[in-house]
Design a protein around this ligand. Structure first.
Ligand code: ZN
Length: 335
């Protein structure tokens, strides 16, 4: 299996602590996450590493209205600086020409935990390029399954705003590319609901979106991910959410997988994109499910049985001790 990588992951190293309600969090999106995955896959000759290509900017600008804001803000910062918005004008706010760039932050970003640093644009674009390069292999019929080692993650970045450690939506960008060749289904397996991905396609009936995640009544992203969000207008029926309670183990998880696979099979996609987060592991410091490393083989075998060309995009997963094994176990089932 091809493993698509970007050129230099160490450039993206945000670090800060923040308070959310009564709990304080430390951001754990470190470059060591990617290194742990690379190290594990490098030990298995069945995986071949390949550098992502550089894709034209229009693949990002056609989906992300905040593309120029991220690029220009990053370019305006000095080395070592990080920009956090601190003013959030709310839904429907205007973007007058005279508003300074720092004040635009809250128009485009949902939170104060997704900073822009001097290299943010470069690394976020490279992450999307990784997904596009993988998608290109599928479109050309060269592979039946490809793994895109994306970081930063993408699934919280949507058609209006970005946030949740995500800047550009890698899986959605790949889906936009692949949808020229037929229907696409995106299955999000990260512990957190893929709100950005859902919003991109909730009015599009040629892209089916589905997500299995911690119940948003108690988990980020809170305002999205409920079971009654099923698509909008002509696309009614093309979104499926499976919010599950804390502590869900493989039995409950596989039951949700079966329900979603039935819907995906009925949709009959030409391509499948898996937004693969591994913060569903019992030992993940952020997630709340009880999956074990071996369980990822059971999940992946069910997906592989769809027999649909599949792009696997990396999303979350924050326990460096188990992340490499979890990814390796998941991908091996597609070989
Ligand atoms: Zn997550």
């Amino acid at each position: 299996m091809r493993v698509i990588e970007k050129y230099n992951d160490s450039l993206h190293n945000p670090y800060w602590k923040f308070q959310l309600g009564p709990e304080s969090y430390e951001v754990k999106d470190t470059p060591r996450r990617v290194q742990a995955i690379k190290d594990r896959l490098a030990a298995d000759p069945r995986f071949a590493r390949e550098k992502a290509g550089a894709w034209p900017e229009h693949w990002l600008t056609r989906l992300h209205p905040y593309h120029d804001y991220i690029r220009n803000t990053a370019a305006s910062l000095r080395e070592g600086e990080e920009f956090f918005p601190d003013l959030f004008p709310g839904e429907g706010a205007r973007l007058p020409r005279h508003v300074d760039r720092p004040l635009q932050g809250g128009l485009w970003c949902t939170d104060a935990v997704t900073p822009i640093a001097p290299r943010t644009y470069e690394v976020a674009k490279a992450s999307a390029d990784t997904a596009l390069t993988g998608a290109d292999h599928l479109a050309a019929g060269r592979e039946s399954a490809v793994y895109a080692l994306c970081r930063p993650s993408g699934h919280h970045a949507g058609p209006r705003v970005f946030g949740g450690y995500c800047y550009f939506n890698n899986a959605a960008t790949a889906a936009e590319f692949l949808s020229a060749g037929g229907r696409v289904a995106i299955l999000d397996l990260d512990y957190h609901h893929g709100n950005g991905t859902q919003e991109f396609f909730q009015e599009r009936k040629n892209v089916f979106t589905a997500s299995i995640h911690g119940d948003p009544a108690v988990e980020y992203p809170y305002f999205w991910g409920y079971a009654d969000e099923t698509g909008v207008g002509q696309a009614e029926g093309t979104n499926r959410n499976e919010p599950l309670p804390r502590g869900t183990d493989i039995a409950g998880y596989l039951a949700a997988i079966e329900r979603i696979l039935e819907a995906i099979a009925a949709f009959d996609p030409r391509y499948l994109i898996v937004a693969a987060g591994f913060d569903t592991h019992a030992d993940d410091p952020i997630g709340g499910f009880a999956l074990q490393t071996g369980d990822y083989a059971k999940i992946a075998r069910r997906l592989a049985a769809l027999d649909c060309p599949t792009l696997i995009c990396q999303e979350g997963g924050y326990n460096l001790d188990i992340l490499g094994d979890a990814v390796h176990t998941f991908l091996s089932a597609f070989l």
